[in-house]
Every structure is written in structure tokens, then in C-alpha cells.
Write a protein that binds this ligand. Sequence first.
Ligand code: CDP
Ligand code: CDP
Length: 233
Amino acid sequence: SMKKIIITIDGYSSCGKSTLARQLASRLDYVFIDSGAMYRAITLYFLEHKTDIKDEKAISDALDQIRLEFINNGTPGQSDIHLNGDNVEKAIRTLKVSNHVSDIAALEAVRHFAVSQQQAMGEKKGIVMDGRDIGTTVFPKAELKIFMTASIEVRTHRRYDELKAKYPDISLEEVKDNLLKRDLIDSTRKISPLRQAKDAITLDNSKLSMPQQLDIAAGWAEEILKGQLASKI
Ligand code: CDP
Ligand code: CDP
């Protein structure tokens, strides 16, 4: 059978990483993992249990109580995140979670908890994982690393379009502020900050449609898979 690779997609908030990762995984028949969903689910738990994030013991006790699973949601190749047995795929996308997640994702114990589980999921390869530190910290030896970017205006409009059904009063300004604030925390934190891996290919999708970005990324994956195949012959 064909050799499988690991594909990482990192970048700033709301440029379309998860969308591309999901579609790429489906085209290659790989597993898609949204690592951000794990940090969001941990954040949801901390908020619900009023975990004091200045207290290391409270953080480690809370993490001991958290079980995360990605479970197929009926569509082939698509999974929802479950927190201690509950499907929280929708509950983790609230503004409240978005406003706290970057502070919680910066905690050393939280990163250790999430990264070790992410690495275990990639043991058999055949995985597309998106996030902030996937190509740098989680899978530094991944065969294909993509760093996605898009202008802040484009990213704001994309996230605004998603949120306005749920939050009719939301403003573009509020969405933009949240994206910029998270980008700043994510790229300046001490432990595995968001940065482009040296061997990552940049994909600016400001002016690309979803099918266009998929074709580009799938082309890169194909080249790598062919290269590996050729070197085996
Ligand atoms: O809202 P968006 O889809 O852009 O973000 P996300 O991928 O759901 O990630 C939410 C937050 O989790 C990010 O802003 C980061 O603070 C954190 N995160 C991280 O620290 N490392 C990752 N590999 C993925 C997400
Ligand atoms: O994972 P990340 O936060 O980077 O972004 P996402 O949740 O995959 O995408 C944010 C939104 O942008 C989604 O609603 C996508 O449908 C949309 N999108 C788009 O309109 N055009 C693209 N080329 C890529 C994504």
C-alpha cells in the first residue's frame, strides 16, 4: 500500500486552516485533527469549573479530569470533539471560549497535555493536523508543512460570516479585535509560539477559493508522495 505522510497546517486565526485540513484529509483518505478544538474544549472545561489558572495544582487537577476524543459524526472522515463523553463541537465555538482560549493555551501543563495526545494520534501517519505549533513542535519531522496566511480584513470577514447567525449583534470590529488579540498572545507566548517552521510552504489564500487552495495543497502532497514512491523503486 501507498506510504502515508504527516501534513501540518499552521497559521493565524481564521485563515481557513481547518477547512483546508478537513478537505485535504478527505481527498487523501487521511485522518483530520483540529488541534484548536482541543484547546477550546480544555478552555470550556476550565470555564465551567472556574479553574483558577494562576494555581498550578488547580490546573493539573482539572487536566486529570479531562478526557478528549474525536468521534466520527456520521460523515465519512469527519469527527466531532467529545469532552468527557459529551459532544462539545458546537459549545467550544462561543465568543466566551474564543476570548479565553489563548490565555489557557499558553499554560505549560495545558500544552504538554494536548501535545502528547496529538503526537500519539500521528503515530501511524496518514494525518492532517491544523493549529499553531504543529509543524514546529508537535510534528517537527512532518513530510509536508503548510503555513497559511490571509489578510486581517479577509480573515475578519470570514469569521464574521460564521458568527453572525449565532450573534446577530456582533460587529466586524469585535471579531477583528478577538483575532488580533489571539494572534498576539499566540505568537508571543513562551512555550511553542505560533511561528512558521523553516521548512513550511506559505499559502496565502486571501484571494483563493476553497477548491483552489485544496488543489494547490493536494498537488504538494502528491509531489511528496510520488517522490517517496520513486525513491523506493
Ligand atoms: O478560531 P480559530 O479557528 O482560528 O482558532 P482555533 O484553531 O480553534 O484555535 C483556538 C486557539 O487555540 C488559538 O487561538 C490558540 O490560542 C490555541 N491553539 C494553540 O495554542 N495551538 C494549537 N496547535 C492550536 C490552537
Ligand atoms: O481554522 P481556521 O481558523 O484557520 O479557519 P476556518 O475555520 O477553516 O475558516 C474560517 C472561514 O473561512 C470558514 O467559514 C471558511 O468557510 C472560510 N474560508 C473561505 O471563505 N475561503 C477560503 N479560501 C478558506 C476559508
